[in-house]
Design a protein around this ligand. Structure first.
Ligand SMILES: [Zn+2]
Length: 49
């Protein structure tokens, strides 16, 4: 089962989940499903693992 983590969008504060292996510490930007903002996990308002 894929590990996930939760990321809080720095633009709209939506908390959404992402796959750990693909996106955590990978340099790939996360895409907020609510406002469409793209940001690195290191720029998330909050990370919950
Ligand atoms: Zn957002």
């Amino acid at each position: 089962m894929a590990r996930i983590f939760w990321a809080e969008c720095p633009e709209c504060s939506e908390l959404f989940h992402a796959h750990h292996g693909e996106l955590r510490n990978s340099g790939t930007e996360l895409l907020c499903p609510t406002c469409g903002a793209e940001f690195l996990d290191t720029d998330a308002a909050r990370i919950v693992e």
